[in-house]
Design a protein. Structure first.
Length: 338
């Protein structure tokens, strides 16, 4: 999604009230079929959808994964500046030079398998969208390419990093990464509408369909096997559950304050955001920053943004050819800027 207006610092109307007009504009602009916004305990919708609708939250999954690893750091079972080779011997090429921290903040240089044709859930894959993928298959694709740069010498978003992170959780705990997310986050916070679907292709009800364009025709892309994303982006949730998760995270209810501070050690990433350990720090046109994460998977987009005073999660169903970026920026500016 192109959010260049962030960089341009466009002058946007700021409203102290719930930004219902900006939410409706996301749909009216032709950029989405439906949208749900939750600010704190208040929710609003645009298009034919209910506030409790389920969405694929894509890369917001990465924050859950990073949180579990920081819990393992708190338990002294993982150290951020240890080489990944210590925990996953023989799995990552040059793993003795790549640290756990570099995996979590995307400074490892490891190639993103999702950049290979047919290996991204952000694109239509025909019947392949129902295939099961093992993490080892995803790593094989990634490691068939040279790294982007030497470890620590740059920043490049790579879903492969979080496949490695998921395997790290499994090796250290002896349980699946999904079981650990359920045991450590979902159950304690009572996130009853949050799940890791594995091979299940559908979404719980209620949900709005996700669409894409195939040969110029609008196609329902809702059903897919999300194992291609695995620990990099398979989760399903609601705006209420995502808000509750981030509220607990930033209140240091899921990790120690020291571990949360490590998650918030941001490195320069793009013109739009800096990146920590499973966290993005977004720069708004007014100069305010908001922390959280974004997620995108075919037919579904989520932005969860948080400041000390305000917790806001937006999920919507983008339409092919549409560009709701201006309305999205206006919405978050209205929420977070005084």
């Amino acid at each position: 999604m192109n959010l260049t207006a962030f960089v341009a610092g466009a002058v946007l109307a700021v409203s102290p009230v719930f930004p219902a007009a900006q939410l409706q504009e996301i749909v009216d602009s032709g950029g989405a079929s439906t949208a749900v916004l939750r600010v704190g305990d208040r929710a609003s919708t645009a298009g034919p959808i209910t506030p409790d609708a389920y969405f694929r939250i894509g890369s917001v999954t990465k924050t859950f994964v990073a949180t579990v690893i920081l819990q393992l750091v708190d338990e002294q079972r993982v150290r951020l500046d240890d080489p990944i080779e210590r925990y996953l011997p023989g799995v990552v090429p040059d793993g003795e030079r790549i640290t756990v921290r570099q995996v979590l903040d995307h400074t490892s240089g490891i190639y993103d398998y999702a950049h290979d044709p047919g290996w991204s859930t952000n694109r239509w894959r025909g019947d392949d969208r129902f295939r099961h993928y093992e993490p080892a298959q995803l790593l094989e694709v990634a490691f068939s390419h040279p790294p982007y740069f030497e470890p620590g010498a740059g920043w490049h978003y790579s879903n492969t990093n979080y496949i490695v992170a998921g395997l790290l959780i499994e090796r250290v705990t002896g349980r699946s990464y999904g079981e650990e997310i359920v045991r450590r986050i979902i159950r304690p916070l009572r996130l009853v509408h949050t799940s890791l679907p594995g091979d299940r292709p559908g979404l719980p009800e209620p949900h709005a369909p996700g669409y894409t364009s195939v040969d110029g025709k609008l196609v329902d892309a809702t059903r897919m096997n999300p194992s291609l994303d695995w620990a990099a982006g398979e989760m399903v949730s609601t705006t209420a559950d995502v808000n509750r998760f981030f509220e607990a995270l930033f209140a240091a209810r899921l990790t120690s304050k020291a571990a949360l501070a490590e998650m918030r050690r941001y490195v320069p990433a793009t013109d739009l955001f800096d990146y920590g350990l499973g966290l993005q720090r977004f720069r708004l046109p007014c100069g305010t920053t908001a922390e959280g994460h974004s997620g995108e998977i075919l037919g579904y987009t989520t932005y969860s943004t948080h400041t000390g005073a305000t917790h806001a999660t937006l999920s919507y169903n983008p339409l092919p050819g549409g560009d709701p970026s201006s309305a999205v920026i206006a919405l978050f500016t209205a929420i977070h800027c005084d």
